[in-house]
Design a binder for this molecule. Structure first.
Ligand SMILES: Cc1cc2nc3c(=O)[nH]c(=O)nc-3n(C[C@H](O)[C@H](O)[C@H](O)COP(=O)(O)OP(=O)(O)OC[C@H]3O[C@@H](n4cnc5c(N)ncnc54)[C@H](O)[C@@H]3O)c2cc1C
Length: 439
């Protein structure tokens, strides 16, 4: 197939999810002059912080630089993991975590899943929440064995309902022989990310908390009564500031920017597939991912008719003319039966990796922050937002394990990830070598 032939005649360079909710800046609100809490960034993290603050009777404002939902929160794959990939860095390498922390991190990761599930039910958010589970395909037999070694811990500390599926039974999960078996994790789900975003936004607005679009924060200055937060649309006085900018963290908070590596992730959606074909690809409608360094993640659309296929086609932002053919190839490597499926949508967004590959909340120079989703932030950022708000309200009755005093940086890294293209190529090569060596 020629490169250009993969694009559908009605191709759009935007997230498929935006057909249902498109980030908006209509009717931008006037900024309040004074609030208890100013929240910078209007994704899941900012909105869930605002929602919990409102429930605790604390007034806040959410300041979003662009349209509401501009960031990763309406661009992701919508896979909701029931735990946390402890220390799994973007190189696929596992960064050691002190053994004493592992159980607490896994248990709080599991709590993140309960938090989002409860929130969606309580706020009545129609976002195609489906507790379908996940299948993580092993790229090599060695990966299968290391998944197996983690199984007991996942089930013990995070009640993941995980089990191994050998290669002979793999077709129960996927119409492909691409992997060497893999791990099923029953306690995970998928949703429509932009409708979940819209539901959170509606819930915050119902509590009369202003969510202001096109209000980029340009400077944050402390003074003896709190903070002055300058935006392009005026200045706000606040007692507390929360930074919820994740993969879009910029120069307003350089001390946080240098602790994050913003990596691009790309997704395509196919045209509607013939019904029988669509039904056969992922029979249990789970979310899928794999154990490669340069991983892919995929699922069917909520109506079951399209393949939504994501991965790190490149580690940096590139246009659909580059990313879509690569992802289409990754997709047909797994599903040769999709070779004629045309791409209707292609898009990209930033994922924030941390140097210890763990999500973080805490305080830096007096400001609260929550960030570093490491590619799994739908449940996690909702959870950290809720935890941050409870901490501010003084009602947190236990210490969240992601609230660690240490948020690592590196003396040679100041927030400019110039090295990503080279690293992306190197990891793709290592993946190939691993696979060839395993045969
Ligand atoms: C392509 C892709 C696929 C993904 N797939 C999955 C998945 O399947 N499952 C999963 O769990 N996670 C996934 N993720 C990760 C998940 O989407 C994120 O972890 C989550 O959305 C982060 O939410 P957030 O609110 O922290 O950040 P965001 O939603 O990115 O919001 C941050 C906001 O801050 C704003 N901002 C930045 N600077 C300023 C400023 N100075 N002033 C005001 N506002 C500012 C930005 O405009 C942005 O809107 C994926 C991410 C991407 C990009």
């Amino acid at each position: 197939m020629q490169r250009s032939a993969i694009f559908h005649a009605d191709f759009k360079s935007m997230p498929y999810w935006w057909e249902a909710y498109r980030p908006t800046a209509e009717d931008p609100l006037d900024l309040p002059r004074r609030v208890r809490v100013a929240i910078v960034g209007g994704g899941y993290a900012g909105l869930s912080t605002a929602l919990e603050l409102a429930k605790q009777g604390i007034d806040a404002v959410v300041l979003e630089a662009k349209e509401l939902g501009f960031g990763a929160s309406t661009r992701n794959g919508g896979g909701v993991s029931g735990g946390v990939n402890i220390g799994k860095s973007f190189s696929g390498r596992t960064i050691p975590v002190e053994p004493a922390r592992v159980d607490a991190l896994l248990s709080d990761g599991a709590d993140a899943f309960s938090t989002i599930e409860r929130l969606i039910a309580e706020e009545n958010i129609a976002c195609f929440w489906n507790r379908t589970g996940r299948f993580v395909g092993a790229w090599t037999p060695k990966h299968y064995r290391s998944q197996e070694a983690r199984l007991a811990k996942l089930n013990e500390a995070a009640q993941s309902g995980a089990y191994m599926l050998p290669r002979e039974r793999q077709r129960e999960e996927i119409a492909s022989d691409y992997y060497y078996g893999g791990m099923v994790v029953e306690r995970s789900a998928n949703l429509h990310p932009a409708l979940y975003y819209k539901g959170l936004l509606d819930a915050v607005r119902r509590r009369d908390t202003p969510v202001c679009a096109r209000a980029p924060v340009t400077r944050i200055s402390p003074h003896d009564r709190g903070w002055s937060v300058a935006t392009e649309r005026g200045e706000i006085e606040a007692d507390e500031v929360v930074i919820a900018t994740n993969g879009y963290t910029g120069d307003v908070t350089p001390q946080l920017k240098r602790r994050l590596v913003p990596l691009a992730s790309h997704i395509i959606a196919t045209e509607e597939l013939p019904e029988d074909l669509a039904r056969s690809l992922i029979p249990k409608r789970r979310t899928l991912a794999d154990t490669r360094r340069v991983l892919c993640y995929y699922r069917m659309s909520p109506d079951g008719r399209r393949m939504i296929f994501g991965g790190r086609a490149r580690f940096t932002q590139v246009g659909p003319e580059t990313s879509a053919p690569i992802l289409h190839r990754f997709m047909t490597d797994r599903f040769p039966q999709l070779r004629d499926a045309k791409v209707t949508h292609a898009w990209t967004g930033n994922v924030a990796f941390t140097l210890d590959a763990l999500p973080h909340m805490g305080r830096q120079d007096g400001m609260h922050y929550l960030m570093g989703c490491n590619g799994s932030g739908v449940a996690m950022m909702t959870y950290l937002g809720t935890q941050t708000a409870r901490k501010i309200a003084g009602i947190a009755n236990y210490h969240c394990s992601f609230d660690a005093p240490e948020f690592p940086d590196h003396p040679l890294y100041s927030g400019n990830p110039w090295f990503l293209p080279a690293i992306g190529g190197w990891y793709r090569l290592l993946d190939r070598v691993d696979r060839i060596a395993s045969k």
